[in-house]
Write a protein that binds this ligand. Structure first.
Ligand SMILES: Cc1ncc(COP(=O)(O)O)c(C=O)c1O
Length: 390
């Protein structure tokens, strides 16, 4: 079975994990810091904070951005539920701005209208869907005018670049950027996430929030009289200065992630080549087209999504997925619009209010895209589409 996405593990990765297991430190050792430094250097951000998942990264980012009771976060309906949930975790409100049908990223027009109607917005969370960077220059200018902060959800976009060549994660247009290292993503840690930022106060807050709210780095003590005896620092003393979480990542995970990171450029190059071949092939197949036909040299290429005219092919989406499955080809839908989820409907959301997201949802299907997909397997996928769709 060819799945829609899959990690690549080789002997180097296995050895890297074994090395950590032999190092004497399973968590809070050198691999976490080394991985943070590698991602900071690669993206060009000043600081990076590794956490236990992309979802944990989103939660901490929402908190550090000041989303909370009475404050809203704007994101896109076409994302994984975790992006929107981050606002709910911190007691804030979520607002969805509809997508641009050409990029499947948040529409700038819709974003502007949303901001004009909602004075309680504290943060924007654009999602670089499938790895295609959003128009961050414009988003930053909209955010600056509205006095709100930007958190980039780059769970799909490690290795992607903005049009000026800067890497996603540099935070050139945002306060924070988050990544995920779940196995289907660009590099795998098993589970894992990262937040990058250029703001020192935000960095220090994230360090505390990741570990129970306990003071980190050289954060000053709030109760210095408890911290010292006769002017000498009490060696056992620490302070919980705010309510944080246990969102630390282990050295075992970071050992794997660091080893994977060394292969990132190779991973992206292969994904890009596969995408270009799909693009060429689908240009000649009726009734379907790539959902994002631009930015092929900028995208992180997390997913290859087709838009399929199901009315014309005589199969509905479930039937097509079944036909593909019977040929050992996996496919998936990314995503059911978040406002259509029962929990969000219960909160009063109505998916019909996002017509571009709805029409994309009717047609979208992600097909196999991952480093180990062979030319032969890709040809099989293309042939299946010629037969079933074209
Ligand atoms: C857009 C987006 N944001 C956030 C996440 C959450 O990442 P994680 O699975 O590492 O918690 C995902 C995961 O699939 C995602 O696709």
């Amino acid at each position: 079975m060819i799945s829609y996405g899959k990690h690549h593990i080789d002997e180097d990765d296995i050895q890297a994990v074994v090395d950590v297991l032999r190092s004497g430190m399973l968590t809070q050792g050198l691999a976490v810091e080394a991985f943070e430094q590698a991602i900071a250097k690669y993206t060009g951000a000043t600081y990076a904070v590794a956490v236990s998942s992309g979802t944990a990264a989103l939660h901490l980012a929402a908190l550090a951005a000041g989303v909370g009771p009475g404050k809203a976060l704007v994101t896109t309906p076409i994302t994984f539920v975790a992006s929107a949930n981050a606002a709910l975790y911190v007691g804030g409100r979520v607002i969805f701005a509809d997508i641009d049908p050409d990029t499947i990223n948040m529409s700038l027009e819709s974003l502007k209208q949303t901001l004009a109607k909602n004075p309680d917005v504290r943060a924007l969370m654009p999602v670089h869907f499938a790895g295609l960077p959003c128009g961050m220059l414009a988003i930053k200018s909209i955010a600056d005018k509205a006095g709100v902060v930007v958190i980039e959800d780059a769970a799909h976009a490690l290795g992607a670049t903005y049009p000026n060549g800067q890497r996603v994660g540099s935070c050139a247009y945002s306060l924070m950027t988050i990544f995920s290292f779940h196995p289907v993503k660009a590099i795998a840690a098993g589970e894992g996430g990262m937040i990058t930022t250029n703001d020192e106060a935000t960095y220090r807050k994230l360090l505390r929030l990741r570990s129970h709210g306990i003071n980190k780095s050289d954060d000053p003590f709030q109760l210095p009289e408890q911290a010292e005896t006769n002017g000498v620092r009490n060696p056992w003393y620490y302070e919980m200065q705010e309510l944080g979480f246990h969102y630390r990542i282990t050295d075992i995970q970071c050992g794997l992630a660091l080893s994977q990171f060394k292969k990132l450029d190779r991973f992206i190059a292969r994904r890009r080549a596969l995408v270009k071949k799909y693009d060429e092939a689908f240009a000649g197949i009726r009734n379907c087209r790539p959902a994002q036909a631009m930015g092929r040299d900028q995208s992180g290429h997390h997913l290859y999504v087709l838009r399929i005219d199901f009315d014309s092919i005589g199969l509905n989406r479930g039937q097509l997925m079944q036909e593909l499955r019977s040929r050992d080809i996996g496919s998936q839908v990314h995503y059911i619009p978040v406002p259509a989820q029962p929990h969000y409907r219960m909160l009063g959301f109505n998916p019909e209010e996002y017509p571009n997201a709805q029409s994309y949802y009717q047609e979208g299907l992600s097909i196999p895209l991952f480093y180990d997909l062979t030319d032969e397997q890709q040809n099989d996928v293309i042939s299946a589409f010629k037969e079933l769709v074209g």
